[in-house]
Design a protein around this ligand. Structure first.
Ligand SMILES: Cc1cc2nc3c(=O)[nH]c(=O)nc-3n(C[C@H](O)[C@H](O)[C@H](O)COP(=O)(O)O)c2cc1C
Length: 173
């Protein structure tokens, strides 16, 4: 039986719970990044994010999204630059630490300064140094679009993976 195309101008009310939505989203396997920045006062900012994705090759653009309630929202939305560090398979502990509250996330963490001062984590498989080009408020998150000024990667290095709320250190395929 065919049905007529909907002429609705608005989305239907969801028929699923928030946990069901989360679980469905979790089936999309991703890598894991730590987004880093340094404030004008010199304070180090960093948080774990897997919402990273590519946007454009020319100009080189990437995106990631940050919860509006995140503690690092103010420094990241006001700052001119940030870096996106793609984690290696052996960096799960860092991923957990930079998602936790009430700890000194930067204690003992080895990094170098990028061109704009954003920290580049030692051992990452790739890094993208971004100009904070634009931000779009959507729902309870803000989408950040970064214009990539520098990038580097370690060919052959194994990435940390995230799927179904769990970390994986080995390629399942
Ligand atoms: C694997 C993983 C991926 C995450 N991805 C994101 C993300 O893309 N955006 C986000 O806002 N929070 C994400 N989080 C949660 C943040 O890392 C966490 O809320 C952190 O405490 C935020 O730091 P802040 O409050 O200092 O900004 C993720 C957590 C984990 C473990």
């Amino acid at each position: 039986m065919s049905s007529a195309p909907s002429t609705r101008a608005q989305a239907r009310t969801p028929d699923f719970s928030a946990p069901e939505f989360r679980a469905a989203l979790g089936m999309f396997a991703t890598g894991v990044t730590i987004v880093t920045a340094r404030t004008e006062a010199g304070e180090l900012i960093g948080l774990t994010a897997n919402s990273f994705n590519s946007v454009s090759l020319s100009p080189p653009l990437v995106l990631w999204s940050l919860a509006r309630a995140a503690g690092s929202m103010v420094p990241l939305s006001n700052g001119r630059h940030y870096a996106i560090n793609v984690l290696a398979a052996d960096q799960q502990a860092l991923a957990e630490r930079f998602a936790a509250r009430g700890t000194d996330r930067w204690a003992g963490v080895a990094f170098t300064d990028g061109v704009s001062g954003a920290p580049l984590l030692d051992g990452a498989v790739a890094s993208f140094e971004c100009f904070n080009r634009s931000q779009y408020v959507e729902g309870d998150h803000v989408i950040f679009v970064g214009e990539v000024e520098r990038c580097s990667h370690r060919a052959q290095a194994s990435p940390l993976l995230f799927h179904g709320g769990r970390f994986y250190a080995e390629h399942p395929l």
